[in-house]
Write a protein that binds this ligand. Structure first.
Ligand code: PYC
Length: 320
């Protein structure tokens, strides 16, 4: 017998190694308000749906969910709400690339230019090929430069607080080298940085929590500008170079006069996948990043919940 959720159709993809689970049918009825209001409704009334989609054994900690919604503006190709193992994301860069490739796979969009609505604004997507996407992110900016932070057991760390669709604390010279063999230490360090940000009352604009930590090191490849480790809100690390994190970094480079409009920045993830980024200045003088990356389809199917399942919404975070 079925439980409360049924007919939930999904396509899984990965963007530079980072998974996106796109739900294109069977999601909760969220009404027709703006995407931010619908995200709040999903959070407040249907959080069990998020848990059901993301938690083990159906999902896992690294996966980002993307719920397809009817856009308010029907000239947009889609509305999308992103979520993960702890909550909801304003925007998600790797997810946007994954969603565009998935919509193409489903035969819902063709190659070329499209617009998606997200809770933090509209993003422009250019499907360059079946796997390659360039997206124009929301305006990004540095909020505070060279913030000094005392981190327990580590000492003083200096970082920038920046917005790229999510809030980031960006450490340009990571005290732990960004390499796959250091994944454990990078996660521990990031967790401590996040704790210290909270303890010191450091937030993004409007008191918003800085829930992503970005640690950067030089890459061994000369064609790459920087290699990054991005620690996500639920404790997983981003396998991709992180679209919103690359946008936030580009905003800092622009603020420092180290990257000109149109100049390419190559950002590599800790596992070696790459995004190319650049920016333009819009009419309001804001930095608008454009990020290019590739995604591939992994699987598709239907999520099933059976009424007598002890873990009907999966294994909650913190139980494992
Ligand atoms: O690509 O923006 C991104 C992202 C955020 C969290 C995981 N990936």
């Amino acid at each position: 017998m079925d439980g409360e959720f049924h007919g939930i159709k999904f396509v899984d993809s990965h963007t530079g190694g980072e998974p996106t689970r796109f739900i294109w049918e069977g999601g909760p009825e969220l009404g027709s308000a703006g995407l931010n209001e619908r995200m709040i409704r999903l959070r407040d009334e249907f959080d069990r749906f998020r848990q059901f989609v993301i938690n083990e054994p159906r999902g896992w900690e690294a996966v980002v969910g993307a719920l397809l919604c009817e856009p308010v503006d029907h000239t947009c190709a889609a509305g999308v709400i992103f979520f993960n193992n702890t909550g909801y994301l304003g925007m998600c860069g790797h997810g946007t690339i994954g969603v565009a490739v998935t919509l193409f796979h489903l035969g819902r969009i063709g190659l070329g230019s499209h617009r998606f609505e997200t809770p933090v604004g509209e993003v422009q997507v250019n499907l360059l090929g079946p796997h390659e996407v360039a997206f124009t992110n929301v305006p990004s900016y540095r909020w505070k430069a060279r913030v000094k932070l005392e981190v327990e057991g580590v000492g003083m760390i200096i970082g920038d607080i920046a917005w790229g669709g999510n809030w980031f604390f960006i450490v340009n010279q990571s005290p732990v080298s960004v390499e796959p063999r250091n994944l454990e230490s990078l996660s521990v360090l990031s967790g401590k940085i996040r704790q210290s940000l909270v303890q010191n009352g450091l937030t993004g604009k409007g008191g918003n929590e800085i829930d992503h930590i970005e640690l950067l090191s030089p890459s061994p490849s000369p064609e790459v500008n920087s290699r990054g480790f991005v620690y996500c809100p639920g404790g997983a690390y981003d396998r991709s170079p992180c679209g919103t994190g690359t946008s936030a970094k580009i905003a800092c480079l622009a603020a420092d006069g180290k990257l000109s409009p149109g100049q390419i920045w190559v950002q590599e993830s800790v596992i070696g996948s790459r995004f190319e980024g650049c920016y333009r200045i819009n009419e309001e003088g804001a930095i608008v990043p454009e990020i290019t990356g590739k995604a591939f389809i992994c699987s598709e199917g239907c999520l099933i919940q059976q009424a007598s399942d002890f873990f009907e919404i999966g294994i909650p975070l913190g139980v494992k």
